[in-house]
Design a protein around this ligand. Structure first.
Ligand SMILES: Nc1ncnc2c1ncn2[C@@H]1O[C@H](COP(=O)(O)OP(=O)(O)O)[C@@H](O)[C@H]1O
Ligand SMILES: [Mg+2]
Length: 224
């Protein structure tokens, strides 16, 4: 059973003269443990597809099934999508959405405490993960004082700390140099393999393309 299936997804923004069709009958299917790339030019619908399948901004047509359970069908969200994201998904968007008044470690630990992990244990796990991402020395610092690359790695840490079944990452290496980009990809790959997570990574970056199991190409809202 695939970890996620999106079928015939269409997304229309606006109406009439301002109508934009951002997704056109796009279908995608990713198995547990699979690492999939989503590539395509700017404006081709990659971010819209990730936002649709995470139900942050659901499609206007189509069907989405997660681990065998229909979660979107006939223009309706069928489940508690916030809970689904909190418990099962790790999402890394281009705007990192870090919480400014929490330290780096607290930003990561918050995901765990929201999932009922005791605070001390949550902080311990957060710090361990930050070490792995070469951010251990920044654990006590607030996001605004981190560099762009550090913020991006912090966003990755926050997305994966809870061992999500599904990881959606929108250009997670864009702000990183080659070496750190590879480290982030390696982490995502390892989570996929070891934890059997399904991982979808939007990337422009040809350097990162090795090691993906499959590549979906998008053009003008379609999967080609
Ligand atoms: N909230 C929105 N309102 C109107 N149009 C949007 C919105 N979000 C995206 N679009 C349009 O949808 C198309 C696909 O955008 P996007 O998914 O961001 O592409 P990509 O991530 O591949 O660069 C673009 O034409 C974009 O302008
Ligand atoms: Mg985008």
């Amino acid at each position: 059973m695939p970890a996620i299936v999106g079928e015939h997804l269409t997304k229309v923004f606006g109406r009439g003269e301002t109508e934009v069709v951002a997704l056109r009958d796009a279908s995608i299917e990713v198995d547990a443990g699979e690492l999939v790339a989503l590539m395509g030019p700017s404006g081709s619908g990659k971010t819209t597809l990730l936002r649709a399948i995470s139900l942050i901004d659901p499609p206007t047509e189509g069907r989405i099934t997660i681990a065998g359970t229909p979660v979107y069908e006939r223009e309706r969200v069928l489940i508690d999508d916030r809970r689904l994201r909190r418990e099962r998904m790790g999402i890394i968007f281009q705007a990192y959405n870090l919480i400014p008044f929490l330290t780096a470690a607290e930003n990561v630990a918050l995901v765990l405490t929201l999932n009922r992990v005791p605070a001390r244990e949550a902080l311990r796990r957060a710090r361990n993960l930050l070490e792995r991402l070469d951010l251990g020395h920044r654990a006590g610092i607030h996001p605004a004082t981190l560099s762009g690359g550090e913020q991006q790695r912090l966003a990755v840490a926050r997305a994966v700390v809870n061992d999500p079944a599904l990881i959606l990452a929108d250009e997670p290496t864009a702000a990183l140099d080659t070496e750190r980009g590879k480290a982030v990809m390696e982490l995502l790959r390892r989570l996929g393999r070891e934890r059997q997570a399904a991982v979808i990574v939007v990337t422009h970056d040809e350097r990162m393309i090795e090691g993906f199991d499959r590549v979906y190409h998008m053009t003008d809202g379609r999967i080609t």
